[in-house]
Design a protein around this ligand. Sequence first.
Ligand code: ATP
Length: 231
Amino acid sequence: MLTVEHLESGYGHMQILWGVELAVAEREVHVLLGANGAGKSTFFKVLVGLLPAWSGGVRIHDRDITSLSARERVKLGLGYTSETGIFPDLTVDDNLRISALALPSVDRKEAIEAAYGRFEELKSRRHDLAGGLSGGQRKLVAIARALVVKPAVLLMDEPSSGLSPRYVTEVVERLSELRGTTTLVVAEQNVSFLDIADSVSVLEGGRIKFSGSKGAFSNNEALRNAFFGLE
Ligand code: ATP
């Protein structure tokens, strides 16, 4: 579904990603674990076309998307939520409407209603400013914004960022409801997200140090200690 081969990239002359490889199967939930500064956000920026790849390739299904624009990648089904992911000064409704602009105009209304159907608690807050919602609900707005365009693959950059543990649990639960509906890649340093993982990769210093099933990750004592030690 999503395949990344020997990806290298960085900022200016500073290389951040070193030969990153990733393979995520259709409808799988993949958790990319990495500490602060490991290169998770940089990796996602390259995948979505916000930062150019220096070398290597990215494919969705069998289509090479490495040199496509960010807009073309969205059209091919690549969704993305950044760490913040919302416009706090706009209403919930307007946040969703802006995402829906990527769709043909006839499909927009239905797509927004479908997002509210999934996150009913947002519907009653649709006219409220997104920035005034609770931390957990703000994340739901970010997820709903990404889902409006019905992505085939959704990349979520650190959904736990800025959330208290209670809201992290809520976001993990809500993401688990997406299981089986879309391919999900979650970049995180919070191991709570392993609960919903089918497969796991570990990024360290811009290099993939481990990639495998959740079971293989759990059986690797050194990795487990490293990450559970971060908590
Ligand atoms: P975090 O959880 O802190 O966001 P991360 O794993 O997402 O961490 P990145 O944000 O990708 O890591 O950062 C990887 C490295 O790239 C860090 O050393 C960071 O300082 C550097 N970096 C990130 N953005 C830029 C930028 N715009 N220009 C130069 N260096 C950057």
